[in-house]
Design a protein around this ligand. Structure first.
Ligand code: ZN
Ligand code: ZN
Length: 348
């Protein structure tokens, strides 16, 4: 028996059944199929005169089942998927990152001139001085360096996650976005040749054949692990996390009832950090916030019981179990109260 013939429809349906939104790619290419005339601007050399400028997000073609605007048309609806691939059985499969709840780390391997400044390799990270000259050649080495600095493990070893090799030798590590978080795509913000597919961007699904080669899932792992906490922190630090301008639900506190002015602003900032903390960082964030506010609890500026209450509310908002929260709050407040902050000159 030979290797299974790639079957894009079967791959698309399998992905959709896992909750991943898919859209068809032009046969042999890694770009989406062309939409209808009204929706396709054409290229600079060959503009399409039938194109009518409009917002692809609100395009009526989607309700009518047309795969216009690429990633914006992505769906998990098996009937729609069957209809798309019945029309173009050779179309490759794109997976829309954001709608699928995915954050895909895209590790490039296209050679090129290696940046000489450490700051350009991994922005914002202090690198060890003993990096052997010539040991960094592409994105895979930069990722290995990041993993080393963070004392983490590379996915593919632990935790296992779906990893796809691209025809150019690059790697796509697929991760689930932690519940309630949103991420944006960027190229090179995390590190040299380290791109992120998230939000309105897509990745080519494993099994897709293009003119340059096949996208192949490595090893046996076909499940997608949650974004590791260490990587989520680095992606957050490098601007990949989308934070809503205002919380979607009203945050459950009224810091004005606790204090005013400078102190209220400090409380607000600490509570917000707790409420928005990522799983895996919640306990630490809560403990640090309790310490910071504990330093303001002396001399009656803040009422310790009230502070403990609002911290508990914020922790609940972040999804931290009450008992865990209580312990972190108590120890943080106690330690903070022993180190009172002086507010000379501050308008309290
Ligand atoms: Zn259209
Ligand atoms: Zn359209």
């Amino acid at each position: 028996m030979t290797a299974a013939t790639p079957n894009p429809l079967r791959a698309a349906l399998w992905l959709a059944a896992q909750g991943y939104a898919v859209h068809p790619l032009a046969p042999g290419l890694k770009v989406p199929v062309r939409g209808c005339d009204r929706c396709s601007p054409g290229t600079a050399e060959r503009p399409n005169s039938a194109y009518v400028e409009h917002d692809g997000r609100a395009c009526p073609c989607h309700a009518e089942g047309r795969p216009c605007h690429g990633v914006l048309a992505a769906t998990t609806d098996p009937d729609r998927i069957a209809a798309w691939w019945a029309r173009r059985p050779e179309a490759g499969v794109g997976v829309a990152a954001g709608p699928s709840g995915l954050v895909i780390l895209d590790v490039d391997c296209h050679g090129g001139e290696v940046p000489t400044e450490a700051e350009l390799l991994l922005p914002g990270i202090e690198l060890p001085d003993d990096i052997a000259p010539g040991s960094i050649l592409d994105g895979r080495d930069v990722l290995a360096l990041l993993v080393e600095v963070r004392r983490a493990t590379l996915p593919g070893c632990a935790p296992e996650t779906l990893t796809v090799r691209t025809p150019s030798g690059g790697l796509h590590y697929w991760f689930r976005a932690p519940a309630g978080t949103q991420w944006r795509p960027q190229a090179g913000a995390l590190g040299w040749q380290l791109d992120v597919r998230a939000g309105v961007s897509y990745a080519v699904a494993p099994g897709t054949v293009t003119r340059s080669g096949t996208y192949t899932a490595l090893g046996d792992c076909r499940t997608v692990a949650e974004l590791p906490v260490w990587l989520a922190r680095d992606l957050d630090r490098t601007g990949h996390r989308v934070r809503p301008e205002r919380p979607r639900v009203a945050l459950p506190w009224h810091s004005r009832g606790v204090s005013t002015g400078y102190v209220a602003a400090a409380i607000e900032a600490e509570l917000r950090a707790v409420a928005e903390a990522l799983p895996g960082t919640r306990n630490d964030t809560l403990n640090r916030a309790a310490f910071a506010l504990g330093t303001l609890c002396d001399a009656g500026r803040l009422d310790r019981a009230q502070v403990a209450d609002v911290l508990a509310d914020a922790a609940r908002h972040a999804g931290l179990p009450d008992r865990e929260a209580e312990t972190a709050i108590r120890s943080g407040l106690t330690a903070g109260t022993r180190r009172p902050r002086t507010l000379a000159g501050a308008a309290v």
